[in-house]
Ligand binder design. Structure first.
Ligand code: PMT
Length: 432
């Protein structure tokens, strides 16, 4: 079963109409498709249905007001002391307003921000779906039609209302669309790449910490959880890339729609990377690969008889092998970009730059793994993205966001190199 961190996130905005009670069914329907749902209600919506219904269904606090009218402290800050309408705007992968009244549609179209829902809608970059429900004359009114057209041109998905007998006693269009239809529209938006700026790329990501067997029960390992690599794979997939995730053992669920290649040792990772390299246009080495291994694995469990000395041999440098292979690749195809990671204790740009040159990579992401709360096995990271001619600091943030920031730099690198072919100096390595 996937954890809540793996789930797609949807905020349901409920505005004031008789169909507000159907939003509870929508929440359940989305949850049945594995979606983590939060609810924001307008003041008018609370005349039709209680926030308690939604907090019981979702397990999340239901936001009902901007400034504490609902018993929250009147600070506008959330539990993490962040500005709540901004943090809520960044949380979802999609927002659906159901039912959406004529009033809410008008506010969205004209950028009004006079309550939590409308303010959050202005602050979000997530895709928005609206399911209008209203009286037939309000639905047909030129103002409503113009507002909907405006919203449509801005990329808002409209789930049109059904026709039939309306709560106001009239018959015609205006009845909230079927809950399953609204849920399908949301799921379809969720399955589309958010920013398809990596469409056409095939990104091979290595993740996790490799294990080098000592004997049948012991291995040499490291503290990598795979979170950074999996976040990169998920982000790349959502931006339209094909993704091959070569993963050492982790406890994580692989992101959806990725080709998943599980491996254990550095040698297995090298073999898998080289097997899939011909398809890859970008290789990102987020894995913590063992630098040493046993020349031969003891066939039986080693006994505790005095001290034990292990003679280790170096493993092959996977990324350097990738860089060497790309220099021999078909000159007609775009150069495979290679992005390494450097796990350092201390923020040593010069050591990371040496690694960049030694591997012949295009960029290296330096993360200081001695800092508490970031790096190994944490949900957050801070890094410096280093190329041969520049450095960009990426401040501390969740790994999923950092993945997007790193991929932004990959997009920029691709733009800079798309006209170049690999030159001997780029393709080769300068040291080590
Ligand atoms: O997995 P998490 O818990 O989320 O933690 C993320 C991370 C800290 C592991 C990740 O952000 C990171 O820094 N990964 C690289 C760790 C590492 O092994 O660094 P390194 O300096 O030893 O290696 C430099 C680069 O060479 C890396 O891209 C590595 O994948 C690659 N390498 C290393 C050894 C080897 N034999 N072959 C390689 O290709």
């Amino acid at each position: 079963m996937s954890s809540s961190a793996d789930k797609r996130r949807v905020t349901v905005g409920v505005s004031g109409g008789i169909a507000a009670y159907k939003a509870a069914e929508l929440v359940r329907e989305l949850q049945q498709h594995g979606v983590d749902v939060r609810v924001i209600m307008t003041r008018a919506a609370q005349e039709f249905i209680q926030p308690l219904t939604f907090s019981s269904l979702t397990g999340h606090k239901v936001i009902t007001a901007m400034w504490g009218e609902d018993g929250q402290p009147a600070t506008g800050l959330d539990d993490q002391n962040q500005i709540e309408h901004i943090s809520e705007a960044q949380w979802p992968d999609a927002i659906v307003i159901a039912p959406a009244t004529a009033h809410v549609l008008a506010k969205m179209a004209h950028g009004l921000a006079d309550d939590f829902l409308s303010t959050m809608l202005l602050a979000t970059t997530a895709p928005v779906i609206v399911a209008p429900a209203m009286n037939v004359n309000m639905w047909n009114h030129p103002a409503t039609r113009a507002n909907l057209e405006l919203l449509q041109t801005r990329g808002v998905t409209i789930v049109p209302p059904d026709s039939g007998y309306l709560a106001c006693g009239m018959t015609g269009s205006g009845r909230l669309a079927d809950v399953q239809t609204i849920a399908q529209a949301v799921l379809s938006v969720l399955s589309q790449p958010v920013h398809p700026d990596l469409a056409g790329e095939t990104i091979l990501v290595t993740a996790g910490g490799t294990r080098e067997a000592i004997d049948p029960v012991r291995f040499l390992g490291n503290r990598s959880s795979g979170k950074m690599g999996y976040a990169l794979a998920e982000a790349a997939r959502q931006r339209g890339a094909e993704v091959i995730l070569v993963s050492a053992p982790t406890s994580l669920t692989p992101p959806e729609r990725c080709a998943f290649v599980p491996v254990t040792s550095a040698e297995e990772m090298r073999a898998a990377v080289m097997e899939h390299l011909p398809a890859a246009t970008v290789v990102v080495g987020a894995a913590a690969v063992a630098d040493f291994r046993m020349p031969a694995i003891a066939p039986e469990k080693l006994r505790r008889e005095g001290s034990l000395h292990l003679d280790l041999e170096p493993t092959e440098d996977i990324l350097r092998t990738v860089v060497e292979a790309r220099s021999m690749a078909d000159a007609a195809r775009p150069c495979t970009l290679v992005v390494a990671f450097a796990a350092e204790t201390g923020s040593s740009i010069s050591r990371a730059r040496q690694k960049l040159l030694a591997k012949g990579a295009d960029a290296i992401v330096l993360n200081d793994v001695s800092q508490p709360g970031i790096g190994f096995d944490s949900d957050r990271n801070a890094a410096t993205f280093i190329t041969r001619d520049h450095e960009i600091d990426i401040p501390e943030m969740p790994k999923r966001e950092m993945a997007d920031r790193i991929l932004d730099q990959v997009v920029a690198l691709r733009a800079a190199t798309s006209t170049e072919q690999p030159s001997p100096s780029r393709a080769g390595h300068d040291a080590g």
